[in-house]
Design a protein around this ligand. Sequence first.
Ligand code: GTP
Ligand code: MG
Length: 452
Amino acid sequence: DHTHADTLRTPIVAVLGHVDHGKTSLLDTIRGSAVSEGEAGAITQHIGATDIPLDTISGMAGELIDPSDFDLPGLLFIDTPGHHSFSTLRARGGALADIAVLVVDVNDGFQPQTEEAIDILRRTGTPFVVAANKVDTTPGWNPQDGEPIQKSMDAQSERAKSMLDENLYEIIGQLSDAGFSADLYWRVQDFQKNIGVVPLSALTGEGVPDLLTVLMGLSQRFMKEEMAIDVQGPGEGTVLEVKDERGFGATVDTVVYDGVIRNGDQIVVGGQNEPIVTEVRALLRPRPLAEIRTEKEFEKVGEIGAAAGVKIAAPDLDQAMAGAPVRVVRDRTVDEVVEEVKAELAEIEVDTAENGVVVKADTLGSLEAMANALREAEVPILRAEVGDIAPRDIAVAETANQDEHKAILGFNVDLLQNAESDLENADVKLFKNEVIYQLVEDYERYVEEKQR
Ligand code: GTP
Ligand code: MG
């Protein structure tokens, strides 16, 4: 029955895995983009979102998919960071997801953040498949660009095939150690009982048709009932980023994971001081296949249903916080929804101490990642906030008892113009970096030199 096509929710697929195992590259291959190459320090530090329509999926999957078998509109992929500091973003990405792809470098096998991702998937009960990535690095590999994996395997020497097999069985063994019975995906009968492993290469695209086929099959078969729920309810989402957009002022890039959001809707958005109550002025949708993190050309739409990435333009969003909830009020009271948003924000607070440094970051997720990294480095935090560095932050940093704590660590934020002279006149050291671990290392080096 295909008449449901526009009432089913697009499934959300989280891509999880250890740093550098190829999550962003895999999405780049599916999108035909090069997001990975543009990243600072070559690591992902934000959650991203990309809508992949059914025809793109069936186009890539070729003979493996018959699009008339599916009535889901496509898949919304959520890219997550693999670097160890970003546990909260992985947890949030995992919690948002209906299904997940666990990316594992076929040579490296399970690594610490692979284990962490598995824990998240187990905790949230999210069905997943394993992408055994980088098969092209097998010695003697004969690449078969964009082909299904069986075809590619047939083109390999016995030696290359057996080397790959060894690595694949290693991963299957590691999955079994983690409590999951797994097998190569073409041997799996019941994807609810067994985890399918899909050998592939994000670089050459071989095996990617298989992954898309397995994902569509999984969503269609096991998620359809869940996907049909509440598509017309009040929209719920999470802010990915707050950005200035010419002609609109501050806007929020948002993943809508439930319900529908319409132009003119009253919404509540988590803000730096208190929840912001405002009205949607414009809904701007990224083009299909575009990563919302890097998209420049948005299309104005009257409404947008879950799951989707959307840029929301509304007054008073300049104090909105990345990582915070967005809720449509619709037929509830504003107070009720404000309380909901407050309760959700209360769950994501950073522990602070009597003494320590001041931390500023661009999103709630990166703020938490900074807090994790600093806790590991045993650096106490006096104050941690989302936003650019303001005169008040310098005043707070100056109150630190120890000289080494008279410091501000800014991740992906700017020094506000009106704070420049304050900083010059204050005995406060400012550290800014776009890569979290480098920021922490810079600070540690400074403390070491001071103690000499
Ligand atoms: P984080 O987001 O920082 O966790 O990393 P990631 O998992 O997104 O990894 P990314 O896609 O940025 O890739 C890391 C490196 O591996 C890059 O240099 C890629 O070019 C390379 N790479 C990814 N997939 C493949 C593959 O299939 N084959 C080969 N040879 N290299 C790959
Ligand atoms: Mg990445």
